[in-house]
Design a protein. Structure first.
Length: 97
C-alpha cells in the first residue's frame, strides 16, 4: 500500500470540509507513524492550507510548551460545527420540495 494513500490530506477550512473526520484521520496516521508530540504539531501545521494556514499562523495557544492537544482544542473550537447547526442544516435539506 502506498503511504500517500493513507496520509491525511490538506485541510483548507472550507465549509464543505469535515474537521472531525480530518482530525480522526490525522490522529490515526500520527499513531501509525509513531510521531512524537512535537512532530505532530509540526505535521499538523504543514497540512493546513489556504484559510486554515492563515488561521494556524495567527492562533494564540496558551500552553508552554505548545502541545498537540492545545492545537487540537483550538482547531475544534474554530472549525467544529455546533450540534444545533448540524440539525438545522438537516432540517433545511429534508424540508425542501
Amino acid at each position: 500500500m502506498a503511504e500517500g494513500s493513507i496520509a491525511p490530506s490538506m485541510f483548507m477550512g472550507k465549509t464543505t470540509d469535515n474537521p472531525g473526520d480530518w482530525l480522526r484521520q490525522f490522529e490515526n496516521y500520527a499513531l501509525y507513524k509513531g510521531l512524537t508530540d512535537v512532530q505532530q504539531c509540526n505535521f499538523f501545521r504543514v497540512l493546513m492550507s489556504g484559510p486554515a494556514a492563515d488561521w494556524v499562523e495567527t492562533v494564540h495557544i496558551d500552553a508552554d510548551p505548545v502541545t498537540f492537544t492545545a492545537y487540537k482544542t483550538a482547531f475544534l473550537s474554530r472549525y467544529q460545527m455546533p450540534q444545533i447547526t448540524k440539525y438545522k442544516s438537516a432540517r433545511e435539506i429534508f424540508s425542501r420540495t
